[in-house]
Design a protein around this ligand. Structure first.
Ligand code: GLC
Length: 560
């Protein structure tokens, strides 16, 4: 409820109840979006102040997904939650949150929350009570097991061979209970036992509480890990390069009763129409993501996020996605998020691109992201081509980075979580204080204000592509078929649907390419409607050669 006691609902959205298939979601990392109270950390009022950047007069996205805003000791930067029902005062008040929801809704923007339900912080009152004693209402809310035995020196041995994704064993001994608790992530992130009925009831009640406040959907953190095998059997061994990859994760993730749990969750979300959910697949394949996707629940697919900047790699990734998802399942499109290197840096590095080429590649990648089949999830800052920022080890805020283990390769996630530069000058319009994570060295030149004024900027390109996506219904819901443009360094595909036929071409090569366009099913040629470059050719005839400029992306509609 907001302060008037009435849950806010979105007004004049661009799309109806199926907005989460047709629209675009934008991930806000609240700590790094905009700071209004001068503590160097982004906050909810900062998001409210910048909604115009996201709304119709700006990018024109359909929903914001907020990375966790709940109270947290911050060991996993907010993904260790100590109260799922409240807003961390670091980000603002409960009223600020309700105002963010109603201000977003007023602009036609939906609000999606990040739900971290697999685990809690070790400071969560449930865990504090649970670890203290084997009796009491929370005693079995976490995964507690007796030691498998004792070493000759009396050291208790963990119940099985499971390991933590963040390195080390997945079990920690608690002497007060003389038992181990399980954690797939940090020692400070104990795993809830979803097979204890009270856990599911409490979590679903919390979900209902946010829905009552007007929230439009959820991202489910590591949703394929919630359930473990009831007997907690040891995982089989296999060859691998780390403790994690040397196991087949048969019993600690992806259990067969997981879809039924998600269906029970969806039944709550579906009490009102137009609400979305998307599951974060923790370590998985495209095929695995497709299997867990339903008509009511999206699942992140990482296939496009792991490709180098090569046309054949993207073509193969799209082919694999299309095959896995088929006509009846709706994919997501993700190039960057808070756990991975930013794609502007990653793709440029994959072909040793120069600094000047980096923006051109970011625009070409945006063409694919905003025109292929699925719901795009943009990551804050990608709209200005933000790259990773090198963070000295002493300034890193990503705990696994500090783990010293030669076998444990960890990419410091702090690098892709740095503050968004809004303007030039000290603090880059992000803060008046020292930012919680350092700004990129390029913040004085690469910022929202400078790009707003430049028709050839990455931001201008995102706005053109987002506008085209909004105008062309076939880009929202059409089928996708890969096609041949006569040059292997060009990615080309057709989108066909209720809005007619669309052709997308992207040149991956720094020299550009000569293409020969396939003929549209109806009409004589193609009319460009958007692209990476601000100037578009008036019309492109099919079958006659056309030159694509270096890293040029073009979106064309069949023209009769
Ligand atoms: C998800 C989050 C990641 C977090 C992990 C544990 O993968 O995206 O940031 O560290 O879950 O909560």
């Amino acid at each position: 409820m907001n302060r008037t006691g009435v849950a806010s609902v979105v007004t004049s959205p661009r799309f109806g109840d199926d907005w989460w298939r047709r629209g675009v979601v934008y991930q806000v990392y609240p700590r790094s979006f905009a700071d209004t109270d001068g503590d160097g950390v982004g906050d909810l009022r900062g998001i409210i102040d910048h909604l115009d950047h996201l709304g119709r007069d700006g990018l024109g996205i359909d929903a914001i997904w907020l990375s966790p805003i709940y109270p947290s000791p911050g060991r996993d930067v907010g993904y260790d939650v100590s109260d799922h029902r409240r807003v961390d005062p670091l980000f603002g008040s409960e009223d600020d949150f309700d105002e963010l929801v109603s201000e977003s809704h007023r602009r036609g923007i939906r609000v999606v929350l990040d739900l971290v339900m697999n685990h809690t912080s070790d400071r969560h009152p449930w865990f504090v009570a649970s670890r203290a004693s084997r009796s009491g209402p929370y005693a079995d809310w976490y995964i507690w097991r007796d030691p498998a035995g004792f070493a000759p020196d009396g050291t208790p041995l963990p119940p099985n061979n499971w390991v933590s994704w963040f390195g080390g064993p997945a079990w920690t001994y608690e002497s007060a209970r003389r038992q181990f608790y399980h954690h797939t992530f940090l020692v400070e992130q104990p795993e809830l036992d979803w097979r204890t009925p009270g856990v599911e009831a409490a979590q679903f009640e919390m979900v209902q509480g946010w829905l009552d406040r007007g929230v439009d959907g959820f991202r489910l953190d590591t949703f394929n890990v919630f359930l473990k095998h009831p007997e907690m059997l040891a995982n089989p061994a296999r060859r691998g390069t780390s403790a994690w990859t040397r196991q087949v994760h048969r019993f600690d993730i992806d259990q067969p009763d997981q879809p039924a749990l998600i269906a029970r969750f969806r039944a709550i979300v579906d009490r009102a129409p137009g609400r979305m959910s998307v599951g974060e697949m923790f370590v998985g394949t495209t095929e695995g993501a497709a299997v867990l996707t339903t008509d009511r629940h999206l699942v992140f697919d990482w296939e496009l996020m792991t490709q180098p900047w090569r046309a054949h790699a993207f073509r193969a990734a799209i082919r694999r996605r299309e095959r896995a998802f088929g006509p009846d399942r709706w994919p997501t499109i993700v190039l960057s998020n808070h756990d991975q290197p930013r794609h502007a840096s990653r793709l440029a590095a994959s072909i040793d691109a120069s600094e000047a080429e980096r923006d051109a590649i970011a625009k070409a990648a945006a063409t694919i992201e905003l025109t292929s089949r699925g719901t795009p999830f943009l990551y804050y800052g990608e709209e200005i081509g933000m790259g990773d920022v090198r963070i000295p080890l002493a300034e890193s805020v990503d705990p696994p980075t500090a783990r010293v283990d030669p076998e444990f390769q960890w990419w410091d996630r702090s690098q892709s979580r740095t503050p968004l530069p809004w303007s030039g000058g000290p603090g880059a319009g992000f803060t008046t204080a020292r930012p919680w994570l350092r700004l990129g060295d390029d913040a004085t030149t690469r910022n929202v204000a400078s790009q707003r004024a430049d028709p050839d900027s990455v931001l201008a390109c995102y706005r053109r592509l987002l506008a085209a996506r909004c105008e062309q219904r076939s880009l929202q819901d059409g089928t996708l078929v890969l096609t041949d443009a006569g040059d292997p360094t060009v990615l080309a595909y057709r989108r066909s649907g209720s809005g007619g036929e669309i052709l997308v071409m992207v040149a991956f090569d720094r020299r550009g390419a000569y293409v020969r366009l396939p003929a549209p099913r109806r009409g004589a040629g193609w009319r460009p409607v958007a692209g990476t470059h601000p100037d578009l050719p008036a019309r492109v005839e099919s079958r006659s050669p056309h030159r694509l400029r270096p890293f040029e992306g073009l979106v064309l509609v069949a023209d009769g």
